[in-house]
Design a protein around this ligand. Structure first.
Ligand SMILES: [Zn+2]
Length: 533
């Protein structure tokens, strides 16, 4: 007898093929039948008439390793239909944390996740002790973390000994089952690394059959050079490269998504293994301090705040931003494009723009920014609306670009879900299905689902997930294609989407009638010789 049968749904199998009417049966965590008419017996039955039955969505780009230990039900993710997440991105991983260095890593990560507690652990221990959660997770070793364990925050190349220590730590992580290496070349200390350091590490990744995910060096005016660096890393190492949360930020890049995608297509045609992912929003979230010129940020937050007391330095910062735009984000039409997301000292001003706050205070935008950073001890988070909708749509349409939320598993009542998160935490997948596929026709529904399931599974080397097929693991999502939509907005982000009724992870119902069941059937998936399982 089967455990469950989902009857009468329209099945999208994740390959990109058109939907077919079929019943889906599940037993012991696996799919036992995908048939036009199920004639067996099952303990439970779900009526899916009018709904689409798809493989569970794979979010190839999240930072949920910061939140899952504190929000194990992964509400914001599973309510979107996400059943597997790739974590440890942008160079940030919570392990390895060497004796005597865990505190440094904790201090570093505090800016992104103030609640986080980093314990000394090897990568293998970290995987073994990761708590039970509602989603499957795939881990990566972060390059910034490797740097913190060896060279600290110093702006220099690693010594021979340090590089070999980094390789050793990476090797340990890969042997324990990490998918590969992630880099965040936009911020210190990852930004201190030159391509040869990364190539040396990618040689280790290649030997293990691992992968490389990169937050490229610039998403602003230098995005073309940055993407070329990623292409070259793939070409010279032979390792698959994932360019995460790809975007063209700043007015100077608007309208150039086609040209950027052409560079990737050209590389793919000559055999470079490279893909990208994007989230379906035109605004990005970032610490406010990251928008300032790099020389102001040098030496850490205390050094930066000290500099910002000097009026001459503030004027120079203002001049540089006027001339070259915001670091990482490029030129913006005005400070109306940047608004406060979370501020310790001015939480009432969340949602208001820097321009409006400066007008109200009768001061310049730069002074407002500096005063805000000073008051918040450098920890202010902002929303930057610097992406053109036409570029976003070009990315979503491209076969080289998958769906990745760059979000985190949170819930409105979890310690990790406080403040005003980016709406992508709650809305990415239903927004692509509802707004971009159904309402705007940017891509077809089977293609959208393929980019969320079969295609990422293929890239990641998942052994038995990502397709709706007999024998595969029973990770499934049932949604109403006519009503599925995100509800999270910039002003009110902590809202679950509509139209996603049932989510199953490893054969267990995690979402039923659009409510979380409390089940925690997720597993840490490990990369082995035959793939990720
Ligand atoms: Zn990133």
């Amino acid at each position: 007898m089967d455990d469950l049968v989902i009857r009468g749904g329209s099945v999208l199998d994740g390959t990109g093929a058109e939907a077919v009417a079929a019943d889906v049966a599940i037993r012991d965590g696996r799919i036992t039948a995908v048939v036009p008419r199920y004639s067996g017996t099952a303990r439970r039955e779900i009526d899916a008439r009018g709904s689409t039955v798809a493989p569970g969505f794979i979010d190839i780009k999240t930072h949920s390793d910061f939140t899952l230990p504190y929000a194990p039900r992964a509400e914001s993710m599973v309510r979107q239909g996400v059943t597997t997440e790739v974590v440890g991105h942008c160079g940030f991983s919570v392990a390895p944390a060497l004796p005597g260095r865990a505190r440094l890593l904790q201090e570093y990560l505090t800016g992104f996740a103030p609640w986080i507690e980093v314990r000394e652990s090897t990568f293998a221990d970290y995987l073994d002790r990761f708590p039970a959660t509602s989603v499957n997770t795939i881990m990566q070793v972060g390059h910034n973390t490797l740097r913190l364990m060896t060279t600290g925050m110093e702006d220099r190349a690693p010594t021979k000994g340090e590089l070999s220590a980094m390789k050793g730590l990476l090797e340990e992580g890969l042997s324990a089952g990490a998918l590969g290496l992630s880099s965040g070349l936009f911020t210190a200390p990852g930004s201190f690394a030159r391509p040869d350091e990364l190539l040396a590490l990618l040689e280790v990744v290649r030997r293990h059959g691992g992968a490389y995910a990169t937050h490229v060096r610039s998403e602003g005016p230098a995005v073309f050079e940055a993407v070329r660096e990623a292409i070259e890393a793939g070409e010279r190492s032979g390792v698959h490269v994932q360019i995460v949360h790809m975007k063209l930020s700043g007015m100077d890049s608007w309208g150039r998504a086609g040209a950027l995608l052409e560079e990737i297509e050209t590389a793919r045609r000559r055999g470079v293994r490279i893909d990208a992912d994007a989230y379906p929003y035109a605004c990005a979230a970032n610490p406010l301090r990251n928008l300032l010129p790099l020389w102001v940020q040098e030496g850490g937050v205390a050094a930066m705040l000290e500099r910002l007391r000097d009026r001459a330095i503030r004027r120079r910062v203002g001049r540089e931003i006027d001339a070259h735009g915001l670091t990482s984000f490029g030129r913006i039409p005005s400070w109306d494009a940047v608004s406060v997301s979370t501020s310790r000292t001015r939480s009432r001003d969340a949602g208001r723009s820097i321009a409006a706050l400066a007008r109200e205070a009768g001061t310049s935008a730069i002074d407002l920014v500096c005063d805000l950073l000073t008051a918040d001890g450098g920890a202010t988070f902002v929303l930057i609306c610097s992406i053109a909708e036409e570029d976003l749509q070009a990315l979503l349409r491209s076969p080289a670009v998958l769906v990745g939320s760059d979000g985190r598993a949170v819930a409105p009542d979890s310690v990790a879900g406080q403040g005003r998160p980016h709406p992508r935490f709650y809305g990415t997948f239903p927004r692509v299905l509802g707004r971009y596929a159904r309402d705007l026709g940017v891509l077809s529904l089977p293609t959208a689902v393929h980019k969320m399931t079969g295609r990422p599974a293929e890239i990641l080397g998942l052994v038995d997930r990502g397709l709706l097929r007999e024998g595969y693991r029973a990770d499934l999502t049932v949604f109403d294609p006519a009503t599925v939509i995100d509800r999270a907005t910039y002003d009110d982000p902590s809202q679950y989407p509509l139209g996603i009724s049932t989510v199953i992870v490893n054969g267990e119902l995690v979402v039923e009638a659009s409510q979380h069941t409390g089940a925690l059937p997720g597993r840490v998936l490990r990369r082995g010789p035959s793939g990720v399982a």
